[in-house]
Design a protein around this ligand. Structure first.
Ligand SMILES: [Zn+2]
Length: 485
């Protein structure tokens, strides 16, 4: 029987709690390869649900999937100056193959622009070939020394969209469209409502004109960059000579974008909703949405209870992802502990007393009022009540997360002492006016470890923006600061 040990509480040590939730939920673990993780079946099932939802949205918005090589000739990475400067320090490089030293070392992709553009250049001849809208599901490698499961590992899984357009306006429209696809996915599926906006010049993707980002607030009031969408201008088109013939016969460089989200989202999901009992999953992303636990003592009761449990599973199978836990070797208490730790949204208990009353006992993994977790449901209503319950839980998780984000957002801050006090104690998103200089952020970061997460877009901008930056200079625009993963 599994050892039923309490987790380190969030309030005591958030980082230890996070690791324990991931392990107890059987989402991932470390491996003999330094820093590299294994994504276990329950964690991978969450990723598959994420993939399915995102992939459908990518296709609805006109994108097609393709697959490009894992290796990039080193010289290709060097063609875009800012790109190589940004990524070279964290690349893994293959120097030998088949027992021989390679003529040219191969970089294991940290991102694929430098291999995708020389290939897609051949696919684009004229304006009729545009827009070219491609997505790739793949793994990438960025050599990280300080690792954390899902949040920072040398190898991770992601999707990377790469698109080419005939005009700057089209590329900008695509960049913002995919940012909104990410935002909606995070809200509607993950119940993790992000802020959206644009990164500062010095924090943008290496080789981009502009980087837009989704930043979500975790329960420890640190920010997680959860997805990015880049307008690459003509930078990569120039580096890889990607031109098209216009309608009037001249030749122009294409305008391109790239955008991505990764298995880091699973870390965000854990840190958004889970509690001191373990994982909490929004129903839409729960691999098992309801688990049926039969409860019996005698052999006689067993047959009747199991029969009812099997019948119930049969009734539910086409409306929810249901699991009947009829293991004889594990007692009900241990089963509760296990499925709670794995974040299953609803547990359905059936025992002899429930049979007598013609009901099942539903126990919700999450309820805004923790005392309202247990709900008896009459036999004939389980199908409809369960789906209602799951929908309601999805909405309640989102509402709770939005409230938490707003409760921990501090707007209109223009006093540096107050700013430091907030960052050092409460944390959260701190909205300030900003002078726009890199030196200002660098000195604030040195002193407080907070960084500018983004300049909020109009959905999040404050009604009134302070006239001065926290450094005392005139403010040029508003930014959001936070400690970040
Ligand atoms: Zn300043």
């Amino acid at each position: 029987m599994a050892e039923q040990r309490a987790l380190t509480p969030r309030a005591e040590d958030f980082s230890a709690w996070y690791n324990e939730v991931v392990q107890r939920g059987e989402l991932a673990g470390y491996t003999p390869v330094r820093g590299c993780m294994v994504i276990r079946p329950h964690g991978y099932a969450i990723w598959e649900l994420m993939q399915k939802a995102l992939d459908a949205r990518f296709k609805e918005t006109g994108h097609q999937n393709a697959y490009f090589p894992l290796f990039i000739p080193q010289s290709f990475l060097h063609r875009e100056a800012e790109h190589v400067e940004g990524f070279a320090p964290e690349t893994a490089v293959v120097t030998h193959g088949g027992g021989k030293e390679l003529e040219e070392p191969l970089v294991v992709r940290p991102t694929s622009e430098a291999i995708i553009w020389p290939i897609m250049a051949d696919w684009i001849q004229s304006y009729r070939d545009l827009p070219l809208l491609i997505n790739q599901w793949a793994n990438v490698v960025r050599w990280e020394m300080r690792t954390r499961l899902f949040l920072r590992t040398p190898e991770f899984l992601w999707q990377e969209g790469h698109t080419a357009h005939a005009s700057q306006e089209d590329a900008q429209r695509e960049t913002l469209l995919m940012l909104s696809v990410y935002r909606r996915f995070m809200e509607e599926w993950m119940a993790m409502p992000p802020l959206t906006g644009v990164k500062t010049e010095w924090d943008k993707f290496a080789g981009a004109d502009r980087t837009y980002a989704c930043e979500a607030l975790m329960q420890d009031n640190w920010a997680l960059q959860a997805g990015t969408s880049h307008n690459l201008g003509q930078n990569f088109a120039r580096a890889f000579d990607v031109k098209y013939q216009t309608e009037d016969g001249s030749h122009e460089y294409v305008w391109s974008t790239s955008w991505g989200v990764s298995t880091r989202l699973i870390g965000g999901l854990v840190m958004s909703h889970s509690d001191d009992l373990g994982l909490v999953l929004p129903p839409k992303l729960a691999p098992i949405q309801a688990v049926i636990v039969p409860i019996y003592k005698s052999d006689e009761g067993r047959g009747q209870v199991l029969e009812a449990a099997e019948k119930l599973a049969g009734q539910l199978r086409d409306v929810v992802r249901v699991r009947l836990d009829d293991r004889d070797t594990v007692n009900p208490g241990a089963k509760y502990y296990e499925w709670e730790g794995k974040g299953v949204p609803v547990r359905l208990e059936i025992g002899p007393k429930d049979l007598e009353k013609g009901q099942v006992m539903a126990v919700k993994r999450f309820a805004p009022d923790p005392k309202a977790r247990k709900v008896p449901i009459p036999d004939g209503e389980v199908r409809s009540r369960l789906t209602e319950m799951l929908d309601a839980m999805q909405n309640e998780l989102l509402a709770t997360a939005i409230k938490r984000r707003e409760d921990n957002s501090h707007r209109g801050i223009d006093d540096y002492e107050e700013f430091k006090e907030i960052i050092a104690t409460a944390g959260g998103f701190v909205y300030t006016g900003y002078c726009g200089t890199e030196e200002c952020e660098a000195s604030v970061k040195d002193e407080t470890k907070a960084t500018i997460r983004l300049m909020p877009d109009e959905d999040f901008r404050s009604d009134e923006i302070p006239a001065k930056c926290i450094c005392g200079k005139k403010a040029e625009y508003e930014v959001v600061w936070a400690r970040a993963y």
